[in-house]
Write a protein that binds this ligand. Structure first.
Ligand code: C5P
Length: 247
């Protein structure tokens, strides 16, 4: 797929989970171009507004818009038509929205990109949130365990032509074995051994995620709550490089 020519800087996506613009600006400065992409999500969309995308881009970063879209296909089609004009490089959708929603999203974005002769944002299908475990899924009425559910949803994502899948680091190996390498995998739920889990339940280290076959790791609090954000990013990049066997 797409050659998958990723630089080290591409592989670490830092998640800016704040609803405050001055935190965003300060974090953009602290990260100082050490990574290519920052992830902006619901807190910023509702707390600051979509202008925050331009703020982040003005520092030279690409933006992964963690919109976590899920609705009926018609509604999502309209939403992604608008998102296509925002100049983001990646967008997330919930695979739980179903195959038709994923396919029509892809089709709308492909058509728009072709018409405007620009690159389509990468579409990432979120499987089961890393904050959920088997007990949570059971309470929601799921029959199988989270592992089976992640595999089922990954199948739907791949069959719908998603560019990538979001799952926990612990499921990457099984997804790669079952569905191959023709799509990206991005994993949140990344922690250093000394970190707290916070609200995440399916976590693992950057080394484990990368050596299992993840293309990107998405890291929030393990980096953004550190005093030395730049130094922590350097540490993460070293760990990624070592896990990929390039160090
Ligand atoms: O701080 P932490 O590293 O836990 O942040 C993880 C980020 O990844 C959060 O922005 C969260 O919304 C996002 N995410 C996740 N689990 C998913 C998809 C996205 O934690 N399945």
């Amino acid at each position: 797929m797409k050659g998958k020519k990723l630089s080290l800087k591409d592989r670490l996506i830092v998640s800016l989970d704040t609803n405050n613009k001055s935190d965003v600006v300060s974090m953009c400065r602290k990260i100082s171009g050490k990574v290519s992409t920052l992830k902006l999500g619901l807190e910023l969309i509702y707390g600051v507004g979509l202008d925050v995308i331009d703020t982040v881009k003005s520092f030279g970063y690409k933006v992964m818009l963690d919109a976590k879209l899920m609705d009926i296909p018609n509604t999502i089609e309209g939403a992604v038509e608008a998102i296509g004009g925002l100049g983001v490089s990646a967008v997330t959708l919930h695979t739980l929205g179903g195959k038709q929603m994923l396919i029509s999203t892809r089709e709308v974005m492909e058509k728009q990109a072709k018409l405007e002769a620009k690159l389509k944002p990468l579409l990432f299908g979120v499987t089961i949130l890393t904050s959920l475990n088997d007990a949570d899924l059971k309470a929601l009425g799921f029959k199988g365990d989270f592992f089976q559910s992640v595999l089922n949803l990954s199948k739907i994502a791949v069959e719908s032509g998603m560019d990538g899948i979001v799952c926990s680091p612990n499921e990457v190996d099984a997804i790669r074995k079952k569905f191959g390498t023709c799509f990206y995998i991005a994993t949140p739920g990344i922690r250093l051994p000394e970190d707290a889990a916070w609200d995440q339940k399916r976590i693992n280290t950057p080394e484990e995620a990368m050596s299992s076959g993840a293309d990107f790791i998405i890291v929030g609090r393990s980096i953004t709550t550190r005093k030395d954000v730049g130094g922590t990013i350097d540490l993460y990049l070293e760990k990624i490089e070592r896990a990929l066997g390039h160090a």
